[in-house]
Design a protein around this ligand. Sequence first.
Ligand code: FAD
Length: 397
Amino acid sequence: MHIVILGAGYAGLRAALDLDTLIQERGATASVTLVDQNSYHQLVQLLHVTATAGHDSREAIYDLAPLLSESGVRFVQGRVVAIRPLAREVHLADGRALTYDRLVIALGAETAYGNVPGAREHTLPLRTYEHALRIRDHLRARFAEAARVSEQRQQRILLTTAIVGGGYTGCQLAGELAAWADDLCAETGAPRREVRIALLDRSSLLLKQFGPWATREAERTLDAMGVSVYLQTTVEAVEPELLRVSDDRVLRAGTIVWAGGIQAPPLLRESGLPVDAAGRALVDRYLRVRDQALIFAAGDCAAIPDGPNGATVPATASYAMRQGIHLAETLMAEIAGEPPRPYEPLKLGELVSLGPNYAVGNPLGVPVVGYPALLLKKGVESYYRATIEGPLKGVTL
Ligand SMILES: Cc1cc2nc3c(=O)[nH]c(=O)nc-3n(C[C@H](O)[C@H](O)[C@H](O)COP(=O)(O)OP(=O)(O)OC[C@H]3O[C@@H](n4cnc5c(N)ncnc54)[C@H](O)[C@@H]3O)c2cc1C
């Protein structure tokens, strides 16, 4: 049996590594091919740190070749452009086609601009390693330019960063940028007093998945760091260096980052797969795509039922990784002709950093803030690294 896994992110890489281990342990006859457009695995949940030069940029990526070198997983680098379920084929941008017996779609998510005029053209997204490097370089260039101009108004525009979206991405980026501003001004000669960071969200809550306590904590922390939070503020249009927001207000900013939403890659819908409004593949309790016996989906590109009220499992790295682990087991069952086990989302809680010294979260449902939350977040990160490159590599989780 040939299993093809699309996307070497949290869900796809984990599925490939664990499935390979299971195949070897059970001496099964099956081959695994992992496909990604990049030659590296990105730690997407660290990209706000990369975008603000908070670590050596290589810390956010791993070359896939060494990660896979001791496994039997074959890696194919290429951009997937179409899936043909009837022919059991995956098509790549360079014209190659791969055939499969079972397919896993774990292609993550893209930025959603919600039809806001100018948003796609005039803002910077933060979903990939390349995006993070672009934001970092753009900020450096803006600050350096501000050091060269003499007019105060122009300096202020160049040194204003507007971040649209108060979820994981927006809050974490705002916190890291606030912490970087001192060093960036020292490095470029930009006047620190003119630096502004604005975080905008149309809802009345930041980090709404955690509830009002986290909003209060995040607002208080970000405010103390110099971030201006604008809630119930809808961005209606974007022009070069300008945001038009509700009540006819205008905000000028030399850097505008769009963290206002995500959607699955359009190729899922274009390939005729059943998808929800965000383009995510509709899957059943086994992560099998509806009406597709041979195709599974996991991570941000899958709409996975969570409870009876039509809710879906949150799009986070921890869920994606556990779905990858679960799919490895499911695929092993398919190879062995055994019945699969349904996926039950394990609610371990989430942790969000607000700058390099602070975090908020709800591990195991318990609200935790400050340094303890940050230590837990670092612990989770180290654990993840150990599962792909360190002492836990090769251990089926
Ligand atoms: C800045 C930021 C901070 C975040 N912080 C946290 C956090 O603190 N905690 C948390 O749990 N979650 C966090 N998240 C969310 C988390 O990163 C995602 O939920 C997670 O990455 C989803 O994993 P995935 O496997 O579905 O997709 P990804 O990890 O994004 O992997 C998708 C893979 O598919 C590949 N791919 C995509 N399209 C194609 C194509 N057409 N052809 C070939 N390959 C393709 C990509 O290159 C990528 O390797 C954060 C997200 C961002 C952007």
